[in-house]
Design a protein around this ligand. Sequence first.
Ligand code: ATP
Ligand code: MG
Length: 279
Amino acid sequence: VTFPAAELEKLGVLGHGNGGTVYKVQHKRTSKLYALKVVHGDGDQTVYRQVLRERDILRKTDSPYIVRCYETYEKPSGDVALLMEYMDAGTLDTLLHNRGTFSEPELAHITRQILKGLSYLHAHKIIHRDLKPSNLLVNKNMEVKIADFGVSKIMSRTLDPCNSYVGTCAYMSPERFDPNAYGGNYDGFLGDIWSLGLTLMELHLGHFPFLPPGQRPDWATLMCAICFGDPPTLPSGASDEFRSFLDCCLQKESSKRWSASRLLDHPFLVKYYQGTDSC
Ligand code: ATP
Ligand code: MG
């Protein structure tokens, strides 16, 4: 599906990121809906570099668990736009706020899809580095797809500690703050597993796990809680399998965390598995 940008009509704004805007657009001839992420070339250079990186990564990926990018548009002025599949139920963040917390069977269904996306990315040497509820898109069929690759990284063959401050620091793993203390055998991919653990806990609790409900995170408090505190735990009532799953994600020492492909066989997912999908 490729066509010129002139054949698209803007219907509204789906979201503002830092620097870019995502529009709901319609292809006039076919009436098909898409999401169009637009970043202006004359704006912030960091934002511009991020959209180019996102473009490069989305061009390489082909998975039902990663948001699809069908076309990219570039103007001589430097403006860049990415034409993506439209996810009609928003993000896990908006779903959480609109309909409340998720049950364990719902979370298992969500988790399986995120893990399939992550194991695809990691097998292709891509680290997402900004996994969080607002970067996980959902459609009405409860299909979940990973989006927003602005700060992702493609690992090169050379050893790269990759501990720079990118992404939303709230979901950042301890070794990203302090590689010497928590990064024994650091490979970067396991940082995404930490972020997954925090994301799932937030979807279950209804608020960000390291902070009481309603408190806005400030950087220093968070960093202290993540690096010096114990990992958050689930309230009573959670199943042993869910507790164990989060324990496998939220190990402060990165080398103790399970990989995405190993987590796919965890008893928490086996317990609630109902589907028949093969890939
Ligand atoms: P942020 O800095 O807030 O993470 P960003 O500039 O990196 O944002 P995205 O996260 O890619 O941009 O998109 C911003 C918002 O636009 C998302 O949180 C979501 O609400 C909406 N959005 C993005 N892509 C889609 C899509 N394919 N379908 C539907 N909505 C989308
Ligand atoms: Mg985002």
